[in-house]
Design a protein around this ligand. Structure first.
Ligand code: SF4
Length: 103
C-alpha cells in the first residue's frame, strides 16, 4: 500500500511533503492545468511523514481511502518523476482553495 495525494492538493500544492519524504517518492507537476504533486506507489514506504506535514490534510494513508486519486497518482508518477523540485510554501500560509482549511 502507498499513501495518496488527493483532490485537496490539486490547485493548492504547499510542497512541504516532498521535503520530508525519506525515499523521494513525491513528485510535482501540472494536472489538468493546475499545480499538483503525486506519490509514486513504487517507492512509497508508507512511513506517514508526508501526511503529517501537509497543512490542509490532503494526503491519505492508503489507496483504499481514495481509489480515484490513487489511480491518478500512480498514472502521473512516471510522467512527473523527472520534474524539477518546487519551492515549498510556508506552512501557515492561507490556502488558495476556498474549500481547504489549515489543520
Ligand atoms: S508515506 Fe513516507 S515514503 Fe510514502 S510518500 Fe509519504 S513520506 Fe514518502
Amino acid at each position: 500500500m502507498a499513501y495518496v495525494i488527493t483532490e485537496k492538493c490539486h490547485g493548492e500544492r504547499y510542497g512541504l511533503c516532498a521535503t520530508v519524504c525519506p525515499t523521494e517518492a513525491i513528485h510535482p507537476g501540472t494536472y489538468q492545468g493546475k499545480d499538483f504533486m503525486v506519490i509514486d506507489p513504487v517507492t512509497c514506504i508508507s512511513c506517514g511523514a508526508c501526511a503529517a506535514e501537509c497543512p490542509v490534510g490532503s494526503i491519505v494513508e492508503s489507496e483504499d481511502m481514495d481509489p480515484a486519486w490513487a489511480k491518478i497518482n500512480a498514472e502521473l508518477a512516471p510522467q512527473f518523476i523527472n520534474n524539477p523540485k518546487v519551492t515549498p510554501r510556508a506552512k501557515d500560509e492561507a490556502p488558495i482553495k476556498p474549500t481547504n482549511k489549515l489543520k
